[in-house]
Design a binder for this molecule. Structure first.
Ligand code: SF4
Length: 249
């Protein structure tokens, strides 16, 4: 007993007491801030491997950004990545960061369906579908339930069967081979249900955008309830986005 208490004292808290205010290390790349400093914009846009940067004015679309950091390395006075991990949104326009703006990204309450508040405020079970993913976002989604992030404390969990789920979390760019299984899984989830896109690949196709190996027609058929940028996503981005969606604070 005494030995166990000693171990507990030595290890301290294993969980993050407040996932809404937790700090992440400085090397983490979260929400970028773009200054109004004049640079060669064409050269800046050319650096980006996923065409996430548009010019005049300079903007970064976090739905396309792989967070590689190349733009910030080349133009350190123009682009800086902050450690702000609260970058999930329910309106893709909110993911476009404009130069001269340094404002938090949030969800638009008007776009959240009423049944989400009514049905999922106390419990939300999710089914994850890796639609051609590389296992990076999947790994981070697993981490959401570990002892550190402990998403289960909010009643949010991943389940094995779509029959037991309230929504679907899609990772990967949605390959043609996975389009059918994704549809089958979605159809098996009872109404009402939500759709979450986790990671750059799911939101825009990422580096695979435009590939003939993809079939992203699923996304044109349904309303997307939450976009979670990141490459891969950070567990704190995912958890805070879901909490904002179901209004559970
Ligand atoms: S960090 Fe994002 S915007 Fe910058 S070059 Fe990489 S992908 Fe493009």
């Amino acid at each position: 007993m005494l030995d166990n208490l000693k171990i507990l004292f030595h290890q301290g808290k294993q969980y993050i007491p407040d996932v809404t205010t937790a700090k992440v290390p400085g090397i983490f790349r979260g929400r970028p801030v773009i200054s109004t400093e004049k640079v060669n914009e064409a050269e800046l846009a050319e650096i980006c491997p996923t065409n996430a940067i548009s010019i005049n004015p300079v903007c970064i679309d976090l739905g396309k950004c792989t967070f590689c950091g190349e733009c910030a390395f080349a133009f350190p006075n123009k682009i800086k990545f902050t450690t702000d991990y609260k970058i999930a949104a329910n309106d893709p326009r909110m993911l476009v960061i404009k130069e001269g703006y340094d404002e938090a990204i949030g969800l638009n309450p008007a776009l959240i369906r009423e049944e989400i508040y009514q049905c999922f405020g106390s419990s939300l079970k999710l089914r994850q579908v890796s639609a051609g993913g590389d296992n990076s976002c999947e790994l981070e989604l697993n981490a959401c339930g570990n002892v550190n992030f402990d998403m289960g404390r909010f009643g949010i969990e991943f389940v094995a069967s779509p029959r037991h789920a309230d929504g679907i979390v899609i990772t990967g760019p949605i390959t043609a081979n996975m389009a059918g299984p994704l549809q089958i899984c979605y159809d098996a989830i009872p109404e009402p249900k939500i759709i979450v896109l986790a990671g750059t690949d799911a939101i825009s196709g990422g580096i695979f955008e435009g590939s003939g190996a993809l079939d992203r027609s699923f996304l044109t058929k349904y309303k997307i309830d939450l976009y979670v940028p990141g490459n891969p996503i950070h567990p704190l981005t995912f958890i805070n986005g879901i909490l904002d969606l179901i209004k559970k604070r």
